[in-house]
Design a protein around this ligand. Sequence first.
Ligand code: BG6
Length: 477
Amino acid sequence: MNKDFLWGGAVAAHQLEGAWNEGNKGPSVVDVMTAGGQGKPRIITDEIEDGVFYPNHEAIDFYHRYKDDIKLFAEMGLKCFRTSIAWSRIYPKGIEEEPNEEGLQFYDDLFDELRKYNIEPVITITHFEMPLYLAKEYGGFRDRKVIDYFVKFAETVFKRYKNKVTYWMTFNEINNMMDYSNPIFLWTNVGVRVKDGENPKEIMYKSAHHVLLASALAVAKGKEINKNFKIGAMLSFVPIYPLTANPADIMLAEELIRKRYFFGDVQIRGCYPNYALKEFERENITIGIMPGDEEILQNGKVDYLGFSYYMSNTVSAEAKAPDADTVNIHGQLPFQVKNPYIKESDWGWAIDPIGLRYALNVLYDRYQIPLFIVENGFGAVDTLTEDGQILDDDRIAYLEAHIKEMKKAVEYDGVNLIGYTPWGIIDLVSFTTGEMKKRYGMIYVDRDNEGKGTMERKLKKSFHWYKQIIATNAEAL
Ligand code: BG6
């Protein structure tokens, strides 16, 4: 691997910072999400209710402990650290004239602390968060006005951190909202709740149009502020394989994967793809394109593509689920079947390292811009040995197999890859389930699903393994 390759780790503000109402932070959409897990979905409660446990409120208390945690990241040898900015720390309601200085100062201090150890910050402007006020008063990105609020937020952080941050991404896993049948994806991606009688697909595409404009405007603004910024898109990329060589399976996989490419196609090419225009026409969907929007999209193309890769999906034309119309990023897909060649994690996520090499190739061939793997990882229950060790061999095996395939994509296939930041480098709150026990970290955090524990940090076996990988630039793999 290239000597400048950015080996790192990834997290997101709401999943680790805690301090949800400190430093003048306003409540965000994730602050009203309960814990789920064990088959229970996370519930959106609208208001913060007494007596209800909200796992993100304290998370792993990174807000107060970041200096010690960053020291551990430095000991691991991280070259970069991906996190996000909590929008409601900077604009508590989203609509204020002036930003909240305490929030801005927090990220100044955080970035300085990273820089002290030569760790490059990689920043997602918003990772599944917006001020709760914007979601409730405006219906989130349903309302075009919210574009202005986002762009103002982006401009504020671009200006403030223009000498501290080079790598940015606008919206995390922007394509999650394609799964509009799951209320938490529309809520966290765009602050939207679908009302009875509404066409959820149309609401999603309208909101998506606003988010795509917001992203493009932010990219253009960022380039004015610092022409050396690298501003990327961020997709959840789950390849879709046909189960057999039956042409019906091949074409089905091709049609379904478009749902996952859609946002990347717009953010990277600067216009709507034909397959989407045809879908809007066929289904009589109006997304509300106004004069000038096309230019905005064209002028705000991203520099690189960040993506998460956890698993692949497999489909069969013979397995159509009833009423199946949406593409679930993390779970069931219409026509989805088990891949007989692939094992799954305890949460049903297919473990497919070759899929990562495949993903790198298809994405690079399609877009021809640098790629950045900004999430990859293995969510699993960790148990402590009697003497308090965490021997997470399964996680090491997962990551090692994926890194090997990543190396092939770079060294054999010639994919241009900037870096690799495994997800949840330190244990944090799971996004989909709100659990703590679905752990990804190489640093263990003593906290459980009910919020009990000392918050003490412990190094897992994978910590030492990854440190070695970074130090040797993965030469041995
Ligand atoms: C990605 C998100 O979807 O996957 C992260 O960007 C999330 O926020 C990660 O945590 C893993 O998902 P989960 O549900 O296992 O935490």
